[in-house]
Design a protein around this ligand. Structure first.
Ligand SMILES: C[S@@+](CC[C@H](N)C(=O)[O-])C[C@H]1O[C@@H](n2cnc3c(N)ncnc32)[C@H](O)[C@@H]1O
Length: 294
């Protein structure tokens, strides 16, 4: 991933209703809990984009600094820096929560992420919370990666807002191990958007999957045609035999049952989103690993 590619790219992220409404609610519940667990109000947002995380933080937020390789107006201080080179010039004052939302950790290669975690642990005071979201290894988006090992064989090209980057998904145990090595005690892993990874059904990494995210987005807008709606009830076809396969097939069956019930489209969207399990197995598009600096 060349730095100048990132700098030339337009806008921070691909937005849709799933992100703005449902995933937004996920982070709006989570970020205040992270602040509460830290006992403080200072947040460092790594790969901050347009600083959306500040709006999730709630009343406990006292100080917000964002780091990103691309400039964007944020309501706080922005440090322009490439995290592949470590934490960067964020000042000496420690933060209470070191945060990265929407898969940012997977935009770094494994050695770069290890270095960033070591820098974070040195910068933070003991007790600070580190909550970095990566992409989940066992996401339905890329079944062919499920059995790969950490390293270059797992890094895949990834289209984000019209630019090509490389991303490296993670399993929770792998992230927990590099947290431990950096001196950060893992607390929990949280899956996000298991049924609605943006790459499910685009055919790039695995053929024949339904385009569930497009369908959920249309339901939220109350504008889904029968054909688009049908994608939410469609079977997944063959997947590699594994626990991830069982999780994804079971969700597809439960979705199918819901699509047969009579209700308004936005209500159906909510009911299907409510099927998302509170798991931490790396089955989602997002995998947040929460830890505490020792
Ligand atoms: C998927 S977006 C998430 C943006 C933001 N966290 C949000 O919640 O909307 C990924 C962000 O990470 C930033 N990013 C990617 N690689 C980076 C790097 N090496 N150094 C700093 N920022 C990076 C991108 O510029 C982009 O803003």
């Amino acid at each position: 991933m060349a730095g100048n590619e990132l700098l030339q790219a337009p806008g921070p992220t691909g937005r849709d209703r799933v992100r703005d409404v449902l995933e937004g609610e996920f982070f709006a519940r989570l970020v205040p809990r992270l602040l509460e667990a830290s006992g403080g109000g200072a947040v460092l947002d790594l790969g901050c984009g347009d600083g959306l995380a500040a709006s999730f933080a709630g009343e406990a937020l006292e100080r917000y600094v964002g780091v990103d390789v691309r400039p964007a107006p944020i309501s706080g201080e922005l440090v322009l820096h490439d995290l592949r080179a470590g934490l960067g010039p964020v000042g000496e004052e420690p933060f209470d929560v070191y945060l990265a939302t929407f898969g940012v950790a997977s935009h770094l290669a494994p050695a770069e992420l290890r270095r960033l975690l070591i820098d974070l642990a040195r910068h933070a005071a003991p007790g600070a919370i580190v909550a970095l979201e990566a992409l989940g290894l066992s996401s339905l988006e890329w079944p062919r990666l499920w059995t790969t090992s950490v390293g270059s064989a797992r890094a895949i090209p990834y289209r984000l807002d019209g630019r090509e980057a490389r991303v490296h998904p993670w399993a929770p145990s792998e992230l927990a191990a590099i947290y431990e090595q950096a001196g950060i005690a893992p607390i929990c892993a949280l899956d996000r958007s298991i049924q609605f990874g943006p790459k499910i059904g685009d055919g790039r990494y695995w053929p024949g999957l339904p385009r569930t995210r497009r369908a959920l987005d249309a339901l939220l807008a109350d504008s889904a045609s029968d054909a688009v709606c049908g994608e939410l009830g469609a079977p997944l076809g063959p997947l590699p035999a594994s626990s991830a396969s069982r999780v994804h097939h079971a969700l597809a069956r439960r979705r199918r049952a819901l699509t047969r019930s009579m209700r308004s489209q936005p209500a159906l969207a909510r009911a299907i989103w409510a099927l998302e399990p509170r798991s931490g197995g790396g089955y989602g598009h997002g995998l947040m690993l929460v830890g505490r600096v020792r």
